[in-house]
Design a protein around this ligand. Structure first.
Ligand SMILES: [Zn+2]
Length: 60
């Protein structure tokens, strides 16, 4: 779970806003695992993006 997924999931951020933020994160993140995750998110369609955000929430 990352900050982006939480924001998207809680609808505090629109998909459009998330995409803008993701471009910045991909450009600035140095952690490879995070980078991969952000790239996965930025490649996803709007629907996939929401699914990924949902999937990454704790299931409790
Ligand atoms: Zn995430």
């Amino acid at each position: 779970m990352c900050i982006m997924c939480v924001e998207i999931f809680r609808e505090r951020m629109t998909v459009t806003e998330a995409r803008t933020a993701l471009r910045e994160l991909v450009a600035t993140t140095e952690n490879e695992e995070e980078l991969e995750h952000y790239q996965e998110l930025s490649k996803a369609t709007d629907e996939e993006l929401l699914e990924l955000a949902k999937d990454s929430q704790p299931s409790s």
